[in-house]
Each structure stands twice: as structure tokens, then as C-alpha cells.
Design a protein around this ligand. Structure first.
Ligand code: DX5
Ligand code: ZN
Length: 227
């Protein structure tokens, strides 16, 4: 059975009780905390940064954290996120002038490096960085906000990336999908070979975060038995 990870995105959490919301989703089976940094420049929204990451670590959040940085310039933030306990750092290729160098900073400091791909972005550049990444995050909405509609046209693109990974020398690269994902999308995403499913509002905007996470995790596990 393939292990598929559930990554709750805290962009949709209640920031007044962030720690609580995170504990509930982890207890319900969330595998990776997805941590969206936005800067009101690369994207038009403004969220949280390394200091919040530091608070989570200092207060006992031990889970894997994938920091998805939607900020420009990005290198300075990479160093801070490493310092404060990120496990994965996922960046956008157009948020840095020297992508290869930024990815190298992440890996050289013991973090896993991820690359995020925007909906309208083509995939050609991927072949030149496959040896420098551990994760590909396919955006199924335009980055910046939660509760947007999943762009169905991204499904063939996800399949393309799956086969790029499988036909490369870097088969361990994780394929992650982020944006607009609801329960109804899980079956298809599992079927086409996604490794990580990011979900924000579908988890944190529900009344019972623990039970919702538990249900979604159950669905995930059931589908992963079949595909
Ligand atoms: C969007 C963010 C996502 C967002 C997903 O730019 O990168 O991680 O939190 O939220 P939902 O699942 O509500 O689309
Ligand atoms: Zn994200």
C-alpha cells in the first residue's frame, strides 16, 4: 500500500487559537503541517512568518512542517525558516533570481527542498533541477488565498509530473498538490499518483477539526489501498 500524506494547511485555521487547531488536526491524523508564508508582494495576501514557526516549535509542535513560501525575495526567509525548525521549504521559481542557488541553501542546511508550480507555469525548467529537489508542489489554485475553486485543468499536468518523476533518476521526489482540494477530489488525486494532499478550509473551517481530519484520513487510506 502506498503511503499518502495528509497536509493540513493552517492558512484556514483560527489564528486566535492556532496551537489548539494544529493539535486537533494532528491528533486526527494530519501528517504534515502546511505553513503558508505570504508577503503582500509575491502574492497579495499577508500571513505569518518565521516567528510564528518558532512559537509552534517552542510550544511542542513536533510534526513535519512544510513551509510554503510565497514571498519575494525569498533567500533571507529561507535561512530563518531553517533556523526555526522547518523540515521542508517549498519555494516558487519566480520568487528568486537564482533558483538553483536558493534550492542549494535549503538542502545545504539539512532541510528538504520543494518547488511550487503555479497553474499557468510550464514544466520545462523542471528537468534542470530534478537533482536538487525533494518535493514538487503543484498549485491547483493561483497562490494567495484559501477557499478558492480547484482548477480541474491541472489534473493532466499532475499526471505529466508524475510520469516525469517516474521516468527520472529521482523517483523519491514527493508529488504534492495544493489549493481548493475537497473530499470529492481525493479519489482522483490518489489514482493519478499524488503523495501529499494539502487541505486548508476543508479541515479548519469545519466545526470539529479532529473528527473532520480523522474522516478525511480514513478516506485517504481506503483509496490508497486500491490504487
Ligand atoms: C494557497 C495556499 C494553500 C491554501 C489552501 O495559496 O498555498 O495552501 O491554504 O487552502 P484551501 O485548501 O482552502 O484551498
Ligand atoms: Zn500552500
Amino acid at each position: 500500500m502506498r503511503k499518502i500524506f495528509l497536509a493540513p494547511s493552517i492558512l484556514s485555521a483560527n489564528f486566535y487559537k492556532l496551537g489548539n487547531d494544529i493539535e486537533k488536526t494532528l491528533l486526527g491524523g494530519g501528517d504534515i503541517i502546511h505553513f503558508d508564508i505570504m508577503d503582500n508582494h509575491y502574492v497579495s495576501n499577508l500571513t505569518f512568518g518565521p516567528l510564528v514557526l518558532s512559537s509552534l516549535r517552542k510550544n511542542g509542535i513536533k510534526s513535519i512542517i512544510d513551509v510554503h513560501i510565497m514571498a519575494k525575495p525569498v533567500d533571507r526567509l529561507i535561512y530563518d525558516c531553517i533556523k526555526f525548525g522547518a523540515n521542508f521549504i517549498t519555494i516558487h521559481s519566480d520568487s528568486t533570481i537564482h533558483l538553483n542557488r536558493s534550492l542549494k541553501i535549503i538542502r545545504d542546511h539539512g532541510c528538504k527542498a520543494g518547488i511550487a508550480i503555479n497553474p499557468a507555469q510550464s514544466l520545462n525548467f523542471l528537468e534542470y533541477i530534478m537533482d536538487s529537489i525533494d518535493l514538487i508542489l503543484v498549485m491547483t489554485v493561483n497562490p494567495g488565498y484559501s477557499e478558492q475553486i480547484f482548477i480541474n485543468e491541472m489534473l493532466p499536468k499532475i499526471k505529466k509530473i508524475r510520469s516525469k518523476i517516474d521516468n527520472s533518476n529521482f523517483k523519491n521526489i514527493l508529488l504534492s498538490v495544493d489549493g481548493g482540494i475537497k473530499k470529492k477530489h481525493i479519489k482522483n488525486l490518489v489514482k493519478i499518483g499524488v503523495d501529499i494532499i494539502v487541505m486548508g478550509s476543508e479541515i479548519f473551517k469545519k466545526k470539529d477539526i479532529y473528527q473532520t481530519t480523522k474522516n478525511i484520513k480514513k478516506i485517504l487510506i481506503n483509496y490508497s489501498k486500491n490504487y
